[in-house]
Design a protein around this ligand. Structure first.
Ligand SMILES: [Zn+2]
Length: 271
């Protein structure tokens, strides 16, 4: 199969012909149809993750993977409902399935987590072996290239919504703030609208073009925060929603000033 691999960090990927990988009995072989390119892929090539642990080359990057099932391992349960030819997306963050994090669905923080695209096999190749429990069947009319980023950029704010749900932050009397409208924030707005159980969704950003995107994706209100005081922003929030504090925030920016604003306009104890 063709694969674009890291042979040396800080050097361009090398396109090579390598053997199609074997699968374990609990895995499926996915024929890659489309794979997103994430900033993490660029960071990986640039050796950034070597600061956190050695990932010895050759490495095939790519963790936003979609494709079709080519082959199914011998012990994959029939009840998984998987067939050769099925269209699938690959959920990344392969936990061991047995620890307390895995048990509640937080496989990405499992101590034994494995990530496709950060080792021998990834999405920048024609085939990848995947544990059967980490493929998700998708409808055939959906476009692979549109599905691919849902497995990472989409999954991150989705996890945020689940956390807010678990903390009692969803519902028609709740106001959810989405901070930063980029690749993640644009998804966060949509998830908050679709899964927020009627919560009001307010987008906060410094760029009017990005706020317009948030509006088009369903944000109930948008607030431009550039150069404004916390009090000023709280007043606009109150005018828009009837309350000057947010019940929950999905911060997709992570910038210091966003975090400071977040703490300032979130109640210190849940209502
Ligand atoms: Zn685990």
């Amino acid at each position: 199969m063709r694969a674009a691999r890291i042979l040396q960090y800080h050097k361009p990927l090398v396109l090579e012909d390598i053997a199609v990988p074997d699968i374990e009995p609990n895995e499926v072989l996915v024929k890659v149809a489309a794979c997103g390119m994430c900033r993490s892929d660029v960071l990986l090539v640039d050796g950034f993750f070597q600061n956190y642990g050695d990932i010895p080359p050759p490495v095939i990057p790519g963790h936003e993977i979609t494709g079709t099932i080519e082959k199914i391992g011998g012990v994959v349960s029939k009840s998984a409902g998987l067939e050769e030819g099925d269209h699938v997306v690959v959920a990344p963050g392969w936990g061991d399935g047995v620890c307390r994090h895995c048990q509640v669905g937080n496989t990405h923080i499992c101590a034994n987590v494995r990530w496709p695209g950060f080792g021998s096999y990834g999405g920048f190749a024609e085939y990848i072996p995947v544990p059967a429990r980490y493929v998700i069947k998708v409808a055939e009319h959906l476009k692979f290239e549109e599905l691919a980023p849902l497995t990472d950029a989409g999954l991150t704010p989705y996890r945020g919504i689940k956390k807010i749900r678990d903390a009692g932050g969803l519902g028609p009397d709740r106001v959810i703030g989405v901070f930063g409208i980029g690749g993640l924030g644009a998804y966060a707005v949509q998830y908050a609208k679709l899964l927020g159980a009627g919560a009001t969704v307010v987008a906060f950003a410094r760029n009017p073009d990005k706020l317009a995107i948030a509006k088009s994706y369903g944000a109930d209100h948008i607030i431009d925060i550039k150069g404004r005081s916390t009090g000023d922003i709280g007043e606009e929030l109150k005018k828009a929603t009837g309350q000057d504090k947010l019940d929950a925030i999905i911060d997709c920016a992570g910038a210091r000033e966003m975090m400071q604003l977040g703490f300032a306009i979130t109640p210190t104890s849940p209502r």
